[in-house]
Design a protein around this ligand. Structure first.
Ligand code: HPA
Ligand code: ZN
Length: 343
């Protein structure tokens, strides 16, 4: 049984989405033209053909290069607005969005330009569609602690526009502990913290993120499965994992979607959520991720509803808003045709 109708009809939350990773090749070309930036590609087809990765680093190299076309406040607005339009198509009603300011400030684009354009689009999405959103500032972990502190300082005039801080980029060799002090400062400022951990890095990095960064969620976290005690702890604490199935296959964290551990982790009681990471690069937004794991791992209707509900439970929405969203999911399930619901 496939559950595409159910998947597309359910209201959903997205919690692991890099806004720079939503840059579709068509928009990349349009912005390159607008800003007179040279691209190393001649066509959209050539860009898509370049999206074959061996590991996280081979992806990051091309992802940072793609971001070079983003220069003005309007560019960041257009990028974010295109994602908002996808959310409308996909029935994503709440999104907590990562952005990587250092990718831009490092090329001379002011912090204010970046956050200004992104925030204006999210503001419009809220006013026009009632979509709720949060922004999470990610530190690039291959850069230094001092640079992370400088970035947090730049964000201070915009403190009320972000819900939290995160940690992304090259994981191996850059353990969470490297950023313990900057995360401490963020926590003191009342920000939430999350971190990519256990994508390519070892289970020990997940423990470090929990114990030293005070995280509210683990981004990816799939390598927890190598450590039974850690899995038991994640289940006990109901610590959310923001899993990104198509990303994991594209970056060869798993050879094949059929090998993915999402269903095993869900069955062990972990608060697993499904997300798209960098949808333009990895072949799909949330609905495509859900449909792909549903087919590859033979998920039933209850699994899908659990995954979708987990997305809201793991969000930074206030308690009463979470309850409203869970009710909306229940109502959407009851409104589905019997043929959408059969197992
Ligand atoms: N991992 C680390 N850094 C990233 C990712 C990811 O999946 N996507 C964008 N930056
Ligand atoms: Zn990510």
């Amino acid at each position: 049984m496939n559950h595409h109708n159910l998947i597309s009809r359910l209201p959903k939350a997205e919690l692991h989405l890099h806004i720079e990773g939503t840059l579709e090749p068509e928009l990349m070309f349009a912005l390159a033209r607008r800003n007179a930036v040279e691209l190393p590609f001649d066509s959209v087809e050539e860009v898509r053909a370049a999206y074959r990765f061996d590991n996280l680093q081979s992806f990051l190299d091309i992802y940072y290069q793609g971001a070079d076309v983003l220069i003005t406040e309007q560019d960041f607005y257009d990028l974010t607005w295109a994602y908002v339009m996808k959310c409308r198509e996909q029935n994503v009603i709440h999104a907590e969005i990562f952005f990587d300011p250092q990718t831009h400030t490092g090329r001379g684009v002011p912090f204010e330009t970046v956050i200004g354009g992104i925030h204006r689009a999210l503001d419009d999405a809220g006013r026009r569609f009632g979509m709720t959103t949060g922004l999470i500032l990610c530190f690039l972990r291959h850069l230094s602690e001092a640079e992370a502190f400088e970035t947090l300082e730049m964000a201070m005039p915009y403190r009320d526009r972000i819900v939290g801080v995160g940690l992304d980029s090259s994981e191996k060799g850059h353990p969470p502990a490297k950023f313990e002090r900057v995360f401490r400062r963020a926590l003191d400022l009342g920000l939430r913290t999350v971190a990519h951990a256990g994508e390519e890095g070892p289970p020990e990095y997940i423990r470090e993120a929990l114990d030293r960064l005070g995280v509210s969620r683990i981004d990816h976290g799939v390598r927890c499965e190598e450590d039974d005690e850690l899995v038991a702890r994640l289940a006990e604490e109901q610590m959310p994992l923001t899993v990104c199935p198509l990303s994991n296959v594209a970056l060869k964290v798993f050879d094949d979607l059929a090998d993915h551990n999402l269903k095993r982790l869900l069955d062990r009681g972990l608060r697993v959520t499904v997300n798209s990471d960098d949808p333009s690069y990895f072949g799909g937004y949330v609905n495509e991720n859900l449909a792909a794991v549903q087919a590859a791992l033979d998920l039933d209707r209850d699994d899908i509803v659990r995954l979708v509900k987990n997305g809201f439970k793991a969000s930074f929405l206030p308690r009463d808003k979470i309850e409203d969203c869970l009710d909306r999911v229940d109502r959407a399930v009851s409104g589905c045709e019997p043929s959408d619901l059969a197992d």
